[in-house]
Design a protein around this ligand. Structure first.
Ligand SMILES: Cc1ncc(COP(=O)(O)O)c(C=O)c1O
Length: 398
């Protein structure tokens, strides 16, 4: 006789859901499907030869240290390179190298959120941030937002007071995932001023800020008030996501706790990867490389905008016009639901991500996210035509 194992789940595990995006990515693995769903950088932009050289250099020059356990704060030359890269005066001592910026979100949740802590997010916001914070069981409150980002009046109105006062506000000012929109200069000034007046820490997540088309975005929120912000950056979108190298910059008030959380989570980000990134960055490589990514993504964005204008004509469909980054956000005709449209789109060999999981509160079921960076220009043309056909068919079916 054996006793069946009792896998009683922790409350937080019982609440975890499979990522809506990962589920959709499975659909896109079907042969012939063009995926506008995932947020995968174009592999054309990966500097593979340079990485091969950098791997060899690191091993030859520094192999034993690269393979050894190391400090949780990160590899010193990389911390310095990060501090030098940022457009305000950053002490490398405030830089914590993380295993992707996704880990930074997890550490921030552990350090700043309790069960039922109020936290403010944009409407909509990055699904992966909602997932990273969810195990702490906070109350995520969506701040009303428009094409220029979050509405600062609503931010102030939602802050709460006493034990219900928000512990943090999570914001992506540049080319936001999922909408592609950017927080205007005027709103940045007002938000930093309001957050300072109310004492609400801002978590500024900026993985897409370097991928601007035309003109660079306004200065980061953190540059305006470093003591009131934690800044998150990543090498995923400008070098390669598989490296899992990101960073945070935090004020002294909270850095030591984030460092302890990092120690508990994974001791440190792989030293080999950190050294390879530092090696690739030296001699100003990003200044030469990032413009090539911008040019490619701008071209693909233009292709998608042109295809939408052509193929959605006559349909009551609206979409954002991102000034950088990887995504645009589309709103379907009245009465239509993006989740129900998905099977019809997949049947026509195109996939997207329905917008609902990106909302902290009530979702707009008409919304969906399209990525213009993974598919080629000709695939984008084919996919948008197929999507328009799916919308027309759905409308005709009533
Ligand atoms: C807004 C945002 N933050 C964080 C991440 C995580 O990036 P990484 O962990 O690769 O640095 C992503 C990835 O898509 C993102 O879109």
């Amino acid at each position: 006789m054996t006793t069946p194992f009792d896998w009683t789940l922790a409350t937080r595990a019982a609440k975890m859901n499979p990522s809506a995006i990962r589920e959709i990515l499975k659909l896109t693995e079907r042969p012939g499907t063009i995926s506008l769903a995932g947020g995968l950088p174009s592999p054309q932009t990966f500097p593979i030869d340079l990485f091969t050289q950098a791997c060899n250099t690191v091993m030859e020059r520094d192999g034993a240290a690269a393979l050894q356990y190391a400090a949780s704060e990160g590899y010193e030359p990389l911390r310095r390179a990060v501090a030098d890269m940022l457009p305000w005066a950053v002490d490398p001592g405030q830089v914590l190298i993380t295993t992707g910026s996704q880990q930074a979100l997890d550490l921030i949740g552990k350090v700043l959120l309790d069960k039922d802590s109020r936290m403010l997010v944009e409407t909509p916001t990055y699904l992966g941030a909602l997932q990273a914070f969810a195990p702490q069981e906070p109350i995520a409150v969506g701040v009303a937002s428009d094409d220029d980002g979050l509405l600062v009046e609503d931010f102030a109105a939602q802050v709460g007071s006493g034990v219900d006062k928000a512990r943090l506000a999570y914001v992506q000012p540049n080319f936001q995932n999922p909408t592609g929109r950017t927080l205007s200069e005027q709103r940045r000034t007002a938000l930093v001023q309001q957050a300072g007046a109310l004492g609400i820490p801002l978590i500024e997540d900026n993985p897409y800020g370097d991928l601007w088309f035309g003109t660079p975005p306004p200065a980061p929120l953190t540059a305006r008030n470093p003591d009131g912000c934690i800044y998150l950056g990543s090498f995923s979108k400008v070098l390669a996501p598989g490296l899992r190298v990101g960073f945070l910059v935090a004020p002294q008030a909270v850095y030591p706790k984030l460092l302890q959380a990092k120690q508990a989570a994974d001791l440190h980000t792989p030293g080999f990867n950190q050294r390879v990134v530092a090696e690739v960055l030296k001699d100003g490589f990003l200044e030469r490389h990032v413009p090539t990514i911008r040019a490619l993504y701008q071209h693909q964005r233009d292709t998608m905008l042109a295809a939408l204008a052509r193929d959605m004509a006559g349909l009551d469909v609206a979409w954002t016009r991102p000034a950088g980054g990887m995504f645009l956000w589309l709103r379907l005709p009245e009465g239509m639901d993006a989740q129900s449209l998905l099977p019809a789109a997949v049947a026509r060999h195109v996939a997207f991500v329905p917008g609902a999981p990106f909302y902290a509160g009530a979702a707009d079921p008409r919304t969906l996210r399209l990525s213009y960076v993974t598919a080629s220009s000709s695939e984008i043309d084919t996919a948008i035509a197929a999507l328009a056909d799916a919308i027309r068919a759905q409308q005709a079916a009533g």
